[in-house]
Design a binder for this molecule. Structure first.
Ligand code: FAD
Ligand code: NAD
Length: 479
């Protein structure tokens, strides 16, 4: 690879926003020699989110699931520019983005713009709070690495404060009440990891919390994990019951204060009751909403006026109402769930699309050149050779132009539910499904996730973390 920009004027500039599942999957398969590629993201690493819940308790150390973007970029054939910055504005008419360096260290310039010919938006989504009062100020979330570190510190802080001399029994109970709101996979996996931490380590090292430590999972719908099959939902609910995690379904949180959540419970007779639940740690996992930069872009495009959940895209992942702007992953709205699996396949599809576009352009140029040659040729033999060459190229051109719309292949859903058990809804071939649960599924979960971690270095780090916890338990120091 050669040095960073200035861009090659003969190539189009492709700007990629984000360094998550969608963007990195695109980068991995993109032939970077065909474009001036620039990546803009506030974090200079890829985060393997499926193992993020394990970081909240120290089962996995956070650096084990961070893959430096610089490693990924340095392996590309042609150099790719990377700017650690947040994109704050996208101008689809002037075809520029504005980016701001939001990190602690600033140089002379903290904000600048970047022009693009093609733009891929892969900025993911932010946590939704549905505007419920008190959530933003009091809850922890679980999306980024800092969130997991904050939760890890907070768990130990609650425990050490609960065991402070002369703490009242009620306050002790409150501090040791760990409440998770949202019974989707994020909430369920975190609750499972937390209960493991208590069962396997905390009760051993801090026996005085034994009777009061308690995990509750609060869900507005009648059951948790709506995307899984009925039998796996029942299995999860039963496992949680055995593990002594309380599941409060049909319970919708309406207000949060610094010490309690207030929720409306639908009782079996259909009547509603408001309850108060004191907590020490509150983890909020109620799903996604669009980031500000995406919302602002949507306001500028009339075709996006009716979209609430993110950027509407067509079957080629082009943002509706724009030209040369694509969106992948959680920032876009498709008929598929916002998962890493979908974002990865979308990113890989766009890589094929960009590689094909470049091939098409070069074939078109070749055909044009050969046509000129054919027109200029005087000897019939030469003309015949060039014409047959044109036919070959034109055939190849027709083939490359025939790019199919994006199609998602669902391989199944997997989730860890604690006490060395996982659940899996797997899909084989056309419409063949298989559900499985338990400890064998947990081994499958582990091997599947290790194989999905990109680099050998990170695979090893994850395996070593698991071994370390098996041998010595988790670290209970508060950072
Ligand atoms: P992300 O991976 O979130 O990446 C977004 C990128 O954009 C990041 O690099 C971010 O720094 C960057 N960015 C943010 N704002 C800006 C900006 N203004 N300008 C430029 N860049 C920006 N899915 C599964 O399929 N299986 C799982 O097991 C699974 N487990 C999960 C566990 C947890 C705890 C969480 C939170 C999610 C999990 N998911 C899982 C969902 C999955 O992580 C997301 O669907 C996936 O990350 C979406 O990929 P993305 O590329 O759209 O966004
Ligand atoms: P989610 O949208 O899947 O679930 C959020 C849950 O919160 C819903 O069940 C909703 O009913 C509930 N909720 C909303 N408001 C509430 C309130 N006020 N009170 C109580 N409950 C409330 O969110 P998630 O779990 O963060 O997942 C986000 C995406 O990431 C999903 O697409 C999910 O499939 C994916 N993901 C997948 C995995 C996995 O495959 N293992 C793990 C984590 C996340």
């Amino acid at each position: 690879p050669v040095d960073q920009l200035p861009p090659d004027p003969s190539k189009k500039t492709l700007v990629i926003l984000g360094s998550g599942w969608g963007a990195v999957s695109l980068l991995k398969k993109l032939d970077t020699e065909n474009y001036n590629v620039a990546v803009v993201s506030p974090r200079n690493f890829f985060l393997f989110t499926p193992l993020l819940p394990s970081c909240t308790t120290g089962t996995i150390e956070h650096r084990s699931i961070m893959e430096p973007l610089r490693h990924i970029l340095r392996h590309k054939k042609a150099s790719v520019a990377f700017y650690e910055a947040e994109c704050t504005d996208i101008d689809p008419v002037k075809r520029t983005i504005t980016m701001r360096d939001n990190s602690e260290v600033k140089g002379d310039i903290a904000e600048t713009s970047l022009p693009f010919d093609y733009l891929v938006i892969g900025v993911g989504a932010q946590n939704t709070t549905f505007g419920i009062p008190g959530v933003e100020e009091n809850a922890c979330f679980l999306k980024e690495i800092q969130d997991a570190q904050k939760i890890r510190t907070r768990i130990m802080d609650c425990i050490e404060t609960a065991t402070f001399k002369d703490q009242s029994p009620e306050e002790r109970k409150r501090l040791l009440h760990m409440v998770v709101v949202g019974g989707g996979p994020t909430g369920v996996e975190f609750a499972g990891e937390l209960q493991d931490f208590f069962e396997e380590d905390l009760r051993k090292w801090v026996p005085e919390i034994e009777t009061d430590f308690h995990v509750s999972l609060v869900e507005a719908l009648p059951n948790v994990l709506p995307m899984f099959s009925k039998e796996l939902i029942s299995y999860t609910e039963k496992t949680f019951k055995d593990e002594k995690i309380d599941i409060h379904t049909k319970t919708m949180v309406k207000k949060v204060t610094d010490k309690s959540i207030f929720a409306e419970v639908v009782k079996p007779d259909g009547s509603k009751e408001m309850i108060e639940m004191p907590y020490g740690l509150l983890v909020w996992a109620t799903g996604n909403m669009p980031r500000n930069v995406v919302r602002n872009l949507m306001k500028k495009i009339p075709e996006q006026a009716n979209s609430r959940r993110g950027l509407e895209v067509n079957e080629y992942l082009v943002v509706k109402g724009t030209e040369g702007i694509w969106a992948v992953g959680d920032c876009s709205v498709t008929k598929y769930a916002p998962t890493a699996q979908v974002a990865t396949q979308e990113g890989a599809y766009l890589a094929r699309l960009f590689n094909t576009m470049a091939k098409t352009q070069s074939l078109e140029e070749e055909v044009e050149y050969l046509e000129q040659l054919a027109n200029g040729a005087t000897a019939p033999e030469d003309k015949k050779t060039v014409t047959s060459e044109i036919e070959v190229k034109a055939k190849a051109l027709r083939r490359t132009k025939r790019l199919m719309p994006f199609q998602y292949t669902h391989q199944g859903s997997l989730a860890y539910i604690g006490s060395d058990r996982a659940i899996a809804d797997l899909t084989f071939g056309e419409g063949n499904n298989m559900s499985s649960s338990g400890q064998m599924t947990y081994l499958f979960w582990r091997s599947a996730y290790v194989s999905m971690v990109f680099s050998t270095r990170n695979k090893l780090l994850v395996i070593m973390d698991w071994l370390k916890v098996k041998m010595f338990g988790r670290d209970v120091s508060r950072e």
